[in-house]
Ligand binder design. Structure first.
Ligand code: AMP
Length: 502
């Protein structure tokens, strides 16, 4: 039987793992030294089939920033018109535009490339590497997604994997995958908090591990907070430094800001190992007399900590919220499991020292834990059909009724699979179909609602006397959402969830 490949397609890096026929865990080796593939795609020409992926593409971020896509997972499955895209698209040197479906796409050499295609290129690359390492092809995978991914974002990741030729056996929340990995390391009963701070998102998940079975108690976090925000804050402070020392503003220059963000990331990573670092970005501006201005400064770890402390505090308060929802305190947590590359920052560990035990990098690899967890899920599914986990819905799913009233149908932290319904009373009786809007509302820090789509209620269901239909929503184990109308006498109909366009 062919093994199922666990794929962690991340904002910054992608990795994959599987269990071979002898039951041995295998991790896809990307280079001699590294098992992570930078989620970066470079288009050297208008011929998209000639693109390069990974480290080779990453080196082009400075030389050909306009044609080198990175961090695009943050925009995947998001409408171009959303506030999130409006707020963040200007920070990249490449162009993001509205695709023909209303979702965000990249514009490369005047050609529109949907971000699902970009994701698919990265996934295809890691699958090809897995095939080379294993010596046999893979056709099935488990994909991981941030716990806060919306229905549309999950759908986009699923389609990207399918376009890469894979059948998606399951989608699993990244922190839950990390917990599966963890559960395999420690067999006794434990309550753990997974602190997952990657490149693009922060997820905090409390779970109970019992005999290698994982039960998610509560999940939360911040869909708009990741390592890239640390880089942006630091790049911003570099821009301020230039303003204060040489009186030039580079904030309007996207290419320079992107170079500052790259230098910021490099400096940030160095400062996890050393106390100070020299930052030098040549030619960030030109003086009136034609001379060039370089950014040159020495940055200490304490200075970096000062700049990013508010971000770390946001993580800590999101943890407090999740614990409160699970009716627990830090003292109830047996171990705080750190995953995601950004948790390598010393400040993160120091700030979490009120937890009695923090995982060590030797136990749970911050960058590979999620892919290995996905591989464990894949192995469980192919062996027994049972996943060995119970996951929960992170974001509530609500419906907006005619007149603008919103009703929550599926509460946050409801275990999946689940079926929930609400009665639809007093719907208008006019003859046109009545659309109801389905949406996910994000956590407190969210700026907008994620619109999933609309369902249309036909006249028959609204005008039949004494018939109060219920809207029934189902979320599957793979987080796929479906909708039905049901009535007491057994009458029912499946509803199509239509993509909502402005
Ligand atoms: P991941 O998505 O888990 O690969 O995490 C990627 C994020 O972790 C990026 O924002 C990186 O800059 C950050 N990161 C990786 N290594 C380190 C490190 N040693 N110190 C601080 N941040 C790091």
């Amino acid at each position: 039987m062919q093994p199922v490949l666990g794929i962690d397609f991340g904002t910054t890096n992608t990795s994959a793992a599987w269990f071979d026929a002898s039951g041995k865990l295998r991790v896809v080796q990307v280079t001699d030294k590294s098992a992570v593939l930078p989620s970066v795609v470079w288009f050297p020409s208008a011929d998209a089939s000639k693109c390069l992926v990974g480290q080779a593409a990453k080196t082009q971020l400075v030389d050909d920033a306009k044609h080198t896509l990175f961090g695009t997972k943050r925009f995947l499955g998001r409408r171009f018109e959303s506030e999130y895209v409006a707020a963040h698209k200007g920070r990249f040197a490449f162009d993001l535009v509205e695709g023909s479906d209303g979702y965000t796409a990249a514009l490369i050499y005047g050609q529109m490339i949907p971000l699902v295609d970009v994701a698919s290129i990265v996934i295809k690359d890691i699958v090809a590497r897995a095939t080379r390492t294993a010596g046999h092809p893979f056709t099935e995978c488990v994909m991981t997604v941030p716990a806060h991914a919306s229905v549309r974002q999950r759908d986009a990741v699923r389609r990207a994997a399918q376009q890469a030729g894979m059948t998606v056996r399951a989608m699993v929340n990244e922190p839950t995958a990390a917990a599966l990995f963890y559960a395999n390391l420690r067999s006794p009963q434990q309550t753990v908090l997974i602190f997952d701070l990657g490149g693009g998102t922060f997820d905090a998940t409390v779970l109970r591990v019992e005999n290698r079975v994982v039960k998610v108690l509560a999940t939360g976090g911040d869909a708009f907070l990741g390592g890239a925000d640390f880089d942006e804050r630091l790049a911003d402070s570099f821009a301020s430094h230039l303003e204060n020392t040489v009186g030039v503003s580079v904030r309007e220059n996207r290419t320079v800001m992107q170079r500052l963000a790259l230098a910021a990331e490099y400096a940030k990573v160095q400062l996890s190992r050393q106390e100070a670092v020299e930052v030098r970005v040549p030619v960030v501006a030109q003086r009136d007399d034609g001379g060039f201005i370089d950014l040159k400064l020495t940055l200490s770890r304490a200075e970096l900590d000062g700049v990013v402390t508010p971000l770390v505090e946001r993580c800590v308060s999101a943890c407090d919220d999740v614990l409160a929802r699970a009716k627990l305190t830090a003292a109830d947590i047996d171990e705080l499991v750190l995953v995601g590359g950004q948790t390598r920052m010393p400040l993160v560990r120091t700030r979490l020292s009120h937890f009695s035990r923090l995982s060590s990098e030797k136990d749970v690899h911050p960058e590979l834990g999620v892919a290995v967890g996905a591989a464990i899920l894949g192995r469980n599914l192919s062996r027994t059909k049972s996943s060995g986990l119970s996951d929960v819905v992170a974001m509530p799913i609500s419906v907006m009724l005619p007149g603008g009233r919103s009703v929550e149908v599926i509460a946050p932290n409801t275990p999946v699979p689940c079926v929930k319904s609400i009665p639809l009373e007093g719907l208008p009786t006019w003859s046109n179909p009545v659309p109801l809007l389905l949406f996910e509302s994000l956590d407190q820090t969210a700026v907008d609602r994620e619109i999933i789509g609309s369902v249309h209620i036909s006249e028959e269901w609204r005008t039949t006397p004494n018939l109060t239909p219920s809207l029934e929503l189902t979320v599957g184990q793979d987080f796929a959402l479906s909708a039905r109308l049901v009535a007491p006498g057994g009458m029912q109909t499946q509803l199509q969830i239509v993509d909502y366009r402005r």
